[in-house]
Design a protein. Structure first.
Length: 294
């Protein structure tokens, strides 16, 4: 049985076909332009693949309320051409198969909880730190949505006392994304992160803000594992710094077996950067199952 998967990102769209076992059979990457240019290319890829269902992990914000008239739409994205676009409806009509839908970062969380390092866990979080910051939450064995979906990247954070940077986020300034995403690093320090690898002060500050947010996620969500991905985390010094600062910020308040070994608690993705596309694959599988049951 074959399923389609779409990891819909702001820069590129990754399309794939895979099996129930999570084996990727084929994939292609298509640049994200306007819907008029991009969507026909995506549809054409899937049309001859004989898929049973399609799963989409999409950049957002998106509408995940199945009772809403705009379910499956991309909402107030800064990518104006995509604002209000019915991405689910387009594929349902064009492919005539069930379409599963969630945020891109929830898709990554689902990939890791199905086939990766969070498999078998009840509660975990996936954080991506790149052009933006996104947080996917697995709670009680299910992806957390609530009234929309978690926006943990916009957790408000006070600036460190020695940091005068105003913050990059146009809505909040001092939120995690505004202080710690790739564009904030570049604007604060005058260069991209890849050019700042030997500047220890850059990564000490970055780790401080990430640890501040992670510590709060721990207190609120009590995750059994924290997975952190994205381009910023490719800096090899980041994980030791973040783990050390989280330990300090927890202040010894929590005593659990997970926190006894930070190296296995705060970890990089385990699926070789396929966690997003594999999560989308699982979304398609789940949607087909729900359609059969109803």
């Amino acid at each position: 049985m074959r399923f389609g998967a779409l990891e819909a990102g702001g820069t590129k769209m990754v399309c794939a076909v895979g099996t129930e076992e999570g084996r990727i059979l084929d994939r292609v990457s298509i640049p994200t332009e306007t819907p008029e240019i991009t969507m026909p290319k995506l549809l054409a890829y899937f049309q001859d693949k004989d898929i049973e269902a399609l799963g989409i992990g999409c950049f957002g914000p998106v509408d995940l309320d199945r009772k809403s008239e705009t379910y499956g739409h991309i909402m107030m994205t800064p990518k104006l051409a995509w604002r209000g676009y019915d991405i689910c409806g387009y594929f349902r009509e064009g492919l005539n198969v069930p379409v599963g839908f969630d945020t891109d970062v929830n898709g990554s969380m689902l990939g890791e909880s199905t086939w990766g390092c969070a498999k078998g866990l009840d509660t975990a979080i996936y954080i991506t730190v790149g052009t933006g910051v996104g947080v996917g939450v697995l709670a009680g064995g299910k992806l957390l949505h609530g009234m929309q979906h978690p926006e943990g990247g916009h957790m408000l954070i006070p600036a460190r006392k020695d940091d005068s940077y105003k913050g990059k986020c146009p809505s909040h300034g001092h939120c995690l994304e505004g202080l710690a995403a790739g564009p904030a690093i570049e604007e604060r320090w005058g260069a991209k992160g890849t050019a700042l690898a030997d500047r220890q002060e850059v990564w000490e500050l970055e780790a401080y803000y990430l640890a501040y947010a992670i510590t709060n996620y721990i207190f609120v969500l009590s995750p059994q594992k924290i997975i952190v991905g994205g381009g910023v985390m490719h800096q090899e010094q980041m994980f030791p710094l973040v783990r050390k600062k989280v330990t300090e910020m927890l202040g010894g308040y929590l005593k659990t077996k997970e926190l006894e070994n930070m190296e296995s608690y705060i970890v990089p993705p385990s699926l070789h950067d396929d966690q997003g596309i594999m999560g989308a694959l699982k979304l398609g599988m789940e949607e087909r199952s729900q359609c059969q049951d109803s």
